[in-house]
Ligand binder design. Structure first.
Ligand SMILES: Cc1cc2nc3c(=O)[nH]c(=O)nc-3n(C[C@H](O)[C@H](O)[C@H](O)COP(=O)(O)O)c2cc1C
Length: 184
């Protein structure tokens, strides 16, 4: 299964549109189950720092709508993540999801999830400069790598309005190509 996780609740959403294009590309490369989770549709908390996952528990002890999404994240063969830039970083929804990944390591800091899985990180922003949030991108890629994923990224710039990405066939084609490569 290839899992897509969207960190925006906008409608239309640039990040969701690119994620769906990437998943369509993945399906072109191979017959694979696809699942999309939109974080804005879920009721969940961010990590509260209880550290149960890193002491006595075998995973995150919070039980909410993110619980099955964390399980799917742990089990998928590849991951597509999409977030808009909010004030220079990922959206709060997306950051809260990523923080809950803390439970993907145990008390000995050993990974509870497989390593070597490909992940595509799609970042959308209004700013026209793809390097404007380079630190943010690097930081998100480091988190992915810390949990064993092999990240690649698409920075989609100049997308101030919802739906703007539909006027950029080049960005849509890049997302599709990256999705195809992810599944190949
Ligand atoms: C709360 C908020 C904060 C934003 N902050 C930034 C920002 O710091 N830099 C930027 O380039 N765009 C910023 N944007 C614009 C979004 O990143 C951009 O519109 C993106 O394409 C939205 O993706 P979506 O349609 O998937 O929600 C912000 C948008 C919102 C709603």
């Amino acid at each position: 299964m290839i899992l897509g996780v969207v960190g925006s609740g906008s409608s239309p959403s640039n990040s969701r549109r690119l994620l769906e294009e990437a998943l369509a590309g993945a399906a072109e490369a191979r017959a694979v189950e696809r699942r999309v989770e939109c974080l804005a549709d879920l009721r969940f908390r961010g990590c509260v720092g209880c550290r149960a996952c890193r002491t006595y528990a075998d995973g995150c002890v919070l039980r909410d709508d993110l619980t099955p999404v964390l399980r799917a994240t742990a089990e998928c063969r590849a991951l597509v993540l999409a977030t808009p830039i909010y004030y220079g970083y990922a959206s709060g929804l997306f950051k809260s999801y990523l923080d809950r990944w803390y439970s993907f390591r145990d008390a000995g800091r050993n990974l509870r999830v497989p390593s070597g899985r490909p992940a595509l990180l799609i970042v959308t922003q209004g700013h026209p400069d793809p390097k404007a949030y380079a630190w943010t991108l690097g930081s998100l890629e480091k988190v992915l790598a810390a949990y064993g994923f092999e990240p690649r990224a698409l920075v989609a710039t100049g997308l101030e309005e919802g739906g703007a990405v539909d006027r950029s066939p080049e960005l849509l084609a890049r997302a599709r190509d990256l999705g195809r490569a992810l599944a190949a």
